[in-house]
Design a protein around this ligand. Structure first.
Ligand code: FAD
Length: 415
């Protein structure tokens, strides 16, 4: 059986794996990526957040992405019964990036994977990790299988698991834990958006509140295609009859904000479904490995946090791996897991507040306070590690208090 030796083995060539691989490679270590699928491959997660630009920049990917002409994204718009709440990333509390992109992920992820390969990191496609053995000195031997069933082994000083929904290490070592999020379902497709007008603001994601806990994403791409998806309780979808495409078109018809633009729209591929995607794990690290991206925790798509958490976790983890390889001590709990949980828990509070509708109250308040909107805007831009922002530092309490004040003021007729 073929055996090869590397400093760092990265599992998965998604944004998480490629960002981590690039940063470690730039430090002069021998890195290799193994990827189960052939690229380009479909994956959902098309609306990025400005904070991920810092990670993409550190990985050296921005010049490669810029060449692709993806749709620039400058904000996020929320719509409910004709009321509009528009966040522009230019008006933010945190000083950082004020734009990013909306991307068909097949193209985007291939761009990152090709970029990292051009920097000297080999990517073995259609190669699946099937087993990992850690040695007492924390080095490891990973068994992989190619598409023809040929097995080989890779010895590594360290493993970065960026396998996304594959969750390789949590599954192999029984680290998976059930999520506290309620199970939700998404029904989505890419549409040929012939009725798009400039009024539809292609430079932002639009989130439409369809029912209190059912929402719609509208993500325009630069190629005239728009990603349109519905997210809700699995029970919500059962009221519509017929196959998935009939259900998809029936929901379009039932939502006034969408009906004219998307009625009879051509679909680039059949509708797709994802369900119960939230997952978590006890530990984001162990002797000889670190988990990054979706493998650590994926909450909910409402605030487009997935790729940002994936790339930022890799940006932080990669630098700690470099220190570890240099023989320095790394306190993974405080320097990695607790840092990541700061961001995850901030988004989690906003996700809960979205579904218990307190955030709707804040977004659609008749007279929002600009300074507070700017602080919330920074959370929506992914700056969830800026603890000088009270809406990051005291996330749950700050939102709850604000929603209560708005309710009180409404009841006494102030707003
Ligand atoms: P992935 O992109 O999933 O990459 C992991 C790679 O690992 C895959 O290519 C896979 O083939 C490979 N792999 C898996 N198992 C193995 C194995 N055994 N061996 C080798 N390779 C393996 N995020 C956003 O930022 N914006 C959004 O608008 C958004 N919308 C979403 C909508 C829905 C309905 C859902 C469910 C999620 C959404 N997300 C969104 C989240 C987003 O999909 C993920 O957070 C993001 O793709 C995570 O990136 P990653 O690199 O961690 O994993």
């Amino acid at each position: 059986m073929k055996n090869e030796k590397v400093d760092v083995l990265v599992i998965g060539a998604g944004p998480s794996g490629t960002v981590a691989a690039s940063i470690v490679n730039k430090a002069g270590y021998k890195v290799k990526i193994v990827e189960k699928q052939k690229f380009p491959r479909f994956v959902i997660g098309e609306s990025l957040l400005p904070r991920c630009m810092e990670a993409l920049d550190e990985a050296g990917f921005l010049p490669f992405i810029e060449q692709k002409g993806f749709q620039q994204k400058s904000g996020a718009k929320f719509v409910r019964d004709g009321a509009v709440c528009d966040f522009s990333f230019a008006s933010q509390y945190t000083k950082g990036w004020n734009w990013t992109w909306q991307v068909p992920r097949a193209d985007f992820d291939k761009t990152l994977a090709d970029a990292v390969e051009s920097m000297g990191v080999p990517v073995d496609y259609e190669t699946t990790v099937t087993d990992i053995k850690f040695n007492p000195d924390t080095t490891s031997v990973t068994t992989v299988e190619d598409k023809d069933g040929n097995k080989s082994t890779i010895e590594a000083r360290f493993i970065i698991d960026g396998s996304g929904y594959g969750r390789v290490i949590p599954k192999l070592f029984n680290l998976d834990r059930p999520s506290t999020q309620k199970p939700r379902k998404a029904l989505f497709a890419h549409t040929v958006d012939l009725n798009r007008s400039m009024a539809d603001e292609p430079n932002r994601i639009t989130i439409v509140v369809h029912k209190p806990d059912t929402w719609v994403w509208v993500i325009p791409f630069s190629n005239g295609v728009t990603s349109l998806g519905f997210v809700g309780d699995p029970e919500f979808f059962k009221q519509f009859e017929g196959d998935d495409e009939k259900v998809y078109r029936a929901i379009i018809e039932s939502e006034p904000y969408l009906a004219d633009r998307f009625r009879n729209v051509e679909l680039k591929f059949g509708t797709r479904i994802l369900e119960s995607w939230s997952a978590t794990t006890d530990k984001f690290f162990g002797d000889g490995f670190v988990l990054t991206g979706n493998v650590t925790e994926f909450l909910d798509p409402i605030f487009s946090s997935g790729v940002t958490l994936a790339t930022v976790s890799s940006q932080i983890a990669a630098k700690l791996v470099i220190r570890k390889l240099k023989g320095e001590d790394v306190d993974w709990k405080t320097e990695y897991q607790e840092v990541m949980m700061q961001g995850v828990n901030t988004f989690r509070a906003y996700v809960f507040a979205w579904y218990d509708t307190s955030l709707h109250k804040i977004f659609f308040a008749p007279k929002p306070v600009p300074e507070i909107q700017n602080m919330i805007c920074s959370v929506l831009a992914g700056y969830v590690w800026d603890t000088t922002n009270p809406y990051v530092r005291d996330h749950a309490r700050a939102i709850e208090k604000l929603a209560k004040v708005i309710t009180l003021e409404e009841s006494i007729g102030k707003r």
